[in-house]
Ligand binder design. Structure first.
Ligand code: HPA
Ligand code: ZN
Length: 319
């Protein structure tokens, strides 16, 4: 039985398994530029973040209707339950859909129709985190935030993802301030491929309450001390870092160093369909390749609830 845990860094579009992609393509009369499921899986060989993002955005084209977004989320929740997930804060990328003519209502209503029954069906509480694409203009992010206002009761936070280098957090200062005004929590990808200075910006300019990835904080001892003192959590994604070559092998992953430095570290799957495993597979990988013991895995699971945006009552029930 997988240890109970929260998942805080999961892109719903990154849970699209090849089998479901072909099924949805058929349903929507779309021809994918891959002959079959095996050929598609073979394409899952990445050299960096951008090489992954190219395929990630391409495959999203099969997501067209509310039913498609429902089926995507339901498939994730089914797998997550089997991995011991009891709470999930789920990223989605509205601009990746509205930019190709799928409305925000279609995306959110479709996802929500699966999330609404998640507690009864899967014993998983959920919320959505609306991510801005950092390689698109800040004005577009602001328009997306404003368009999302009718849906805010389903959205716990805003986030920042996509191509990091050259798109520093400072670009989104005003958008994150507007999100805070609307009562949303704030998280941001920083220090995945980008430098430690992007983590400082996410903290100081965006008011980020969690840093997604953040592994490059280790290049700045002052930043490590700051993260340890403030206990701003990192949502670390070991399989992702290896597949996108931010880290050479799992045995070289800096997660133990981050824990030893006293940081509030969590383990997550990022884009599990593309990176070779779901969240508990990541925990097992750490056990096998880095020798983490049961006590350390329990600490990571406990951290995942501590770092969540759960209301106090459900947090107490799960901890
Ligand atoms: N990094 C940045 N953007 C992303 C990722 C990621 O790991 N996954 C999906 N969008
Ligand atoms: Zn991510």
């Amino acid at each position: 039985m997988a240890i109970p845990k929260a998942e805080l860094h999961i892109h719903i579009e990154g849970t699209l398994e090849p089998e479901l992609a072909f099924h949805l393509a058929d349903r929507n009369g779309i021809t994918l530029p891959h002959t079959d499921v095996h050929a598609l899986r073979d394409a899952y060989s990445f050299t960096d973040l951008q090489s992954f993002l190219n395929l990630y955005y391409e495959l999203m084209d099969v997501l067209r209707t509310e039913a498609d977004f429902h089926d995507l989320a339901e498939a994730y929740l089914t797998r997550a339950a089997a991995q011991g997930v009891r709470h999930a804060e789920i990223f989605f990328d509205p601009q990746a859909h509205t930019g190709r003519g799928v409305s925000l209502d279609t995306v959110i209503n479709g996802l929500a129709s699966a999330l609404d029954t998640s507690l009864e069906r899967h014993n998983i509480s959920t919320s959505l985190i609306l991510c801005f694409l950092r390689d698109r203009p800040a004005t577009e992010a602001m328009d997306t935030l404003m368009a999302a206002r009718p849906h805010l009761e389903r959205i716990s936070a805003v986030g920042l993802d996509s191509a990091e280098v050259g798109n520093p957090p400072e670009k989104f200062t005003e958008v994150f301030a507007a999100a805070a005004e609307l009562g949303l929590r704030r998280v941001a990808h920083a220090g995945e491929e980008g430098p430690a200075s992007y983590i400082w910006q996410a903290l100081n300019l965006l008011g980020a309450e969690r840093i997604d990835h953040g592994i490059r904080c280790l290049e700045d001892p002052e930043l490590v001390s700051h993260l340890a003192a403030t206990q701003v959590p990192l949502t670390v994604c070991p399989f992702s870092n290896v597949r996108l070559r931010a880290v050479a092998t799992l045995a070289d992953h800096p997660l133990p160093a981050l824990m030893e430095a006293g940081l509030l570290v969590t383990v997550n799957s990022d884009d599990p369909s593309y990176f070779g495993g779901y969240v508990h597979d990541n925990y097992r990988g750490l056990q096998e390749h880095l020798g983490l013991d049961t006590e350390q895995l329990r600490t990571l699971a406990r951290n995942s609830f501590t770092a969540s945006f759960l209301p106090p009552e459900r947090r107490r029930a799960l901890l």
